[in-house]
Write a protein that binds this ligand. Structure first.
Ligand code: KG4
Ligand code: ZN
Length: 361
């Protein structure tokens, strides 16, 4: 089985070919990612119009490169899988329309993929993980903990009621005049900072509601920054370190609850696992905290390579393969309309206050 995947839901234009042969682990034959970061940097965030235009300009070449790198001719591809949501609708239209055109011209099936499903199934591509397991997705647009029970079978156990965690990092960076994207720069500044100088709130810590909230923390950062302005490099470092400590602390509390819930609901899982995905998973302090928490609670901690944690098309091609072999391909994918909002789990009610925030909300 060989599937061509296309991803255009935010600011990465990506294409990939993934293959699965009987009795062998899956193989990523190619994975091309063009990041638009430079085009958005001057604006301090992703500008949807610029993103959509950049996808139009880049996608043909990226698909061609992915096919060429894979050594597989289009006629030997079994299906085309494309992200159809959630995300910025302009980019989704570009990716899905391109996929429809390729599939129609080549006479291949089309598979419309939920971007979050791509993140959710990546650990099966990289680590052959068995269901069920937990996924912590922490990116610029999403902050969720999802129970992954099977292909197409997901339960959202926690979500943010306001900002995504990556967004909180990006906004903190902006307030401190650090360059975009904020996460890596906040992490770097934090290394020389005193995490005890500012005591920021730990939103939701101890709450029986399992969700996340980061907007109050952001407000506290703004107040601290205003109070000590003009900011020296040391002030910035101390605010970043204190912010990161608050994030790690609140994240640890939230994840701990969910690990306990998994244990209670799936007592027979031999080695329960927590998988991380999303750009924030690159943060060393957060990673170390999660690793320790998992070890303490008897969970395997699975962090796919960074290139597969952040947005890419291999995860979309892989989700296509998973759907093909589970016979879960919608027959009318050619009629599928891109969806800017598309929850993975249609069962969980929306959380009050969770708004359309963030580039990919
Ligand atoms: O998954 P991703 O590349 O794109 C999506 O949003 O889907 O995640 C990007 C987000 C940005 O908000 C960025 O600031 C954050 O991940 N990020 C980090 C780090 N590296 C990237 N946040 C904290 N620490 C980092 N080292
Ligand atoms: Zn993503």
């Amino acid at each position: 089985m060989r599937v061509l995947g296309i991803e255009t839901s935010c600011d990465e234009t990506a294409a990939s070919v993934v293959a699965l042969e009987a009795g062998q682990p899956p193989r990523i034959l190619s994975s091309t990612v063009f990041s638009q970061i430079e085009e958005h940097a001057a604006f301090g965030g992703v500008v949807p119009e610029i993103a959509a235009r950049a996808h139009v300009e880049a996608l043909d070449g990226i698909v061609e490169a992915a096919l060429e790198d894979s050594g597989v001719a289009l006629e030997d591809i079994d299906a085309i899988a494309a992200t159809a949501g959630p995300g910025l609708v302009g980019g989704l239209i570009v990716g899905l329309m391109t996929a429809k055109a390729i599939a129609a011209a080549a006479g291949k099936p089309l598979i419309a993929i939920n971007h979050l499903e791509g993140h959710a199934l990546t650990a099966r591509l990289t680590d052959g993980l068995e269901f069920p397991y937990l996924l912590l997705l922490v990116s610029g647009g999403h902050t969720q903990i999802v129970l992954v029970k099977g292909v197409g079978d997901y339960q959202r156990w926690a979500t943010t009621i306001d900002d995504a965690l990556g967004e909180a990092f990006d906004k903190t960076a902006k307030m401190l005049a650090l360059p975009y994207p904020g996460g890596p720069n906040v992490e770097k500044a934090a290394q020389s900072g005193d995490a005890t100088r500012f005591i920021f709130p730990r939103p939701m810590k101890g709450s029986a509601q399992p969700d996340f909230s980061f907007s109050g923390l952001k407000t506290s950062v703004r107040q601290a920054a205003t109070a000590v302005a003009p900011l020296s490099d040391q002030d910035v470092a101390d605010i970043c370190a204190s912010f990161q400590a608050a994030v790690a602390d609140t994240l640890s509390d939230r994840v701990k609850r969910v690990l306990a819930r998994f244990r209670a609901e799936f007592p027979d899982t031999a080695v329960p696992a927590l998988v991380v995905a999303g750009g924030v998973a690159a943060n060393k302090q957060i990673r170390a905290m999660l690793e320790k928490l998992c070890a303490k609670n008897g969970f395997a901690f699975i962090a796919p390579p960074m290139a597969l944690c952040t947005d890419n098309a291999a995860m979309i091609a892989w989700a296509g393969i998973e759907r093909l072999r589970a016979d879960l391909v919608e027959p009318d994918a050619f009629d599928f309309v891109p969806r800017s909002r598309w929850p993975l789990d249609s069962v969980s009610a929306p959380v009050v206050g969770s708004g359309r925030r963030g580039a990919k909300a």
